[in-house]
Design a protein around this ligand. Structure first.
Ligand SMILES: Cc1cc2nc3c(=O)[nH]c(=O)nc-3n(C[C@H](O)[C@H](O)[C@H](O)COP(=O)(O)O)c2cc1C
Ligand SMILES: C=C(O[C@@H]1CC(C(=O)O)=C[C@@H](OP(=O)(O)O)[C@H]1O)C(=O)O
Length: 393
């Protein structure tokens, strides 16, 4: 079973990760991991920090001569902010001392983890809540997951995602016409571009944001506000039979939802037609079954590739919603945790809209879930052993 842990604060010296359970014999390089890290740093609406961080994870263990050994893989990645910024982070994040000479943050931002963090951990300074809840941590999640993703790629499974809505600006997208079949086209290494069966492009990342979406980000930035939106992630090449209906925690859809909802700022997730299915009636929701070329298939893919908690072999469609970024230049009302006085929120450097780069995080966090479901079905300790089982299935 693949599991991973991350450690590190947003403005501490580094992020650390350990991913365990990757079979032996998978080829992986730091450059391959760096491709996804670089994608996570792009994105229209990003804040100042992404311009100077140059995320690259160093592999410290578990890989020899470019191949995994089956041992835990340890990764580390420095935070450039630690050294670079004028905020004197080594002093603010010091492991020792009593913090007397560091001003506490006492004004919580609604929507962030500031107040809940203080209430839960009895902090008298919001700083530690900011540090660990920050989506900076997703850099290490992406690094660890890139290895699980490489494992999936080895078996022809591709993951790609795109923005479908920024704020109120969305695509007019009657998706059932375009998601029955999607073909991954590998473009420059790790970047997967999908094309739907009707040849319409499945837009990938910020290059593909419409002019109206960009305009919406410009307008909200000028207002000192922020934005979230809707996204869609597609996975092709999944075999049938991943996940199970026999117990709640084995259902593939439930496991995917946990991974998505465990990601900062995500407020909802759906598989396939999702919420829309509740507004329609059964005759126009369920996917008719066909049998062609000695294989079962579906005429449509409104269930998004999962029935009974098990993959159907159709493209997996996971969709979700990211809330607007909590930190905003124009203040809203809050309360000082010490004085209990009403205050305006404080501002610190922030993304205005992080959805294009959050999609890379979603693509990543679902990879270990799918890799685990794959290993449960075709498991083995080495790529060679799994290949034998997979090809004899
Ligand atoms: C890629 C990414 C970037 C983010 N950037 C910011 C940011 O710059 N400023 C901010 O206030 N929140 C940002 N967030 C959202 C906060 O991390 C998140 O709202 C906070 O941790 C509270 O957790 P919750 O939204 O899951 O309740 C970002 C989230 C993601 C996924
Ligand atoms: C650092 C990252 O994103 C950060 C996520 C984040 C938050 O509150 O979640 C707040 C900002 O941190 P800072 O104030 O240091 O710029 C973002 O830049 C990253 O994605 O690597």
């Amino acid at each position: 079973m693949i599991r991973y842990l991350t450690a590190g604060e947003s403005h501490g010296p580094q992020l650390t990760g350990i991913i365990e359970g990757i079979p032996a014999g998978l080829s992986i390089t730091e450059d391959e991991i760096a491709l996804h890290l670089a994608r996570r740093q792009k994105g229209y609406g990003r804040g100042g920090r992404m311009a100077f961080e140059k995320d690259r994870a160093e592999i410290l263990s578990g890989v020899r001569f470019g191949k995994t050994t089956g041992a835990p893989i340890a990764l580390q990645m420095p935070n450039r902010a630690f050294e670079k910024d004028d905020a004197n982070w080594p002093k603010v994040m010091n492991k020792e001392g009593d913090g007397e000479d560091v001003d506490p943050i006492t004004v919580p931002r609604p929507g962030h983890a500031d107040l809940t963090g203080v209430q839960k951990y009895r902090y008298d300074d919001i700083r530690p809540a900011i540090e660990r809840s920050s989506a900076r941590e997703t850099a290490m999640r992406v690094a660890c997951s890139s290895i699980a993703r490489k494992f999936l790629n080895h078996f022809g499974i591709e993951i790609g995602g795109h923005v479908t809505q920024i704020g109120s600006i969305g695509y007019d997208d009657p998706w059932e016409s375009v998601r029955t079949r999607v073909d991954p086209m590998l473009d420059e290494g790790a970047e997967t571009v999908f094309r739907a069966a009707d040849e319409s492009p499945v837009r990938c990342l910020d290059e593909e944001l419409t002019q109206q979406m960009r305009q919406e980000i410009i307008v909200r930035r000028k207002e000192g506000s922020s934005l979230g939106g809707h996204w869609e992630v597609l996975v092709t090449g999944l075999p049938t039979g991943l996940g199970s209906f026999v117990h709640w925690d084995r259902k593939l859809d439930g496991r995917l939802a946990q991974a998505v909802m465990g990601t900062q700022a995500m407020k909802g997730v759906e598989i396939g037609q999702g919420f829309e299915a509740g507004r329609r009636h059964g005759q126009v929701v369920h996917d008719e079954i066909t049998y062609e070329n000695e294989a079962f298939s579906r005429r449509t893919n409104r269930m998004g590739g999962i029935e009974g908690g098990i993959s159907t072999g159709m493209p997996l469609i996971v969709r979700g919603v990211m809330k607007p970024i909590p930190t905003m230049l124009t203040p809203i009302s809050t309360v000082d945790i010490n004085t209990k006085e009403e205050k305006d929120t404080r501002y610190e450097r922030s993304d205005v809209c992080a959805l294009p780069r959050a999609i890379v995080v979603i693509e990543s966090v679902i990879a270990p879930v799918l890799a685990n479901a794959f290993l449960e079905k075709f498991g083995g300790d080495s790529i060679e052993e799994i290949e034998e089982r997979y090809h004899n299935r």
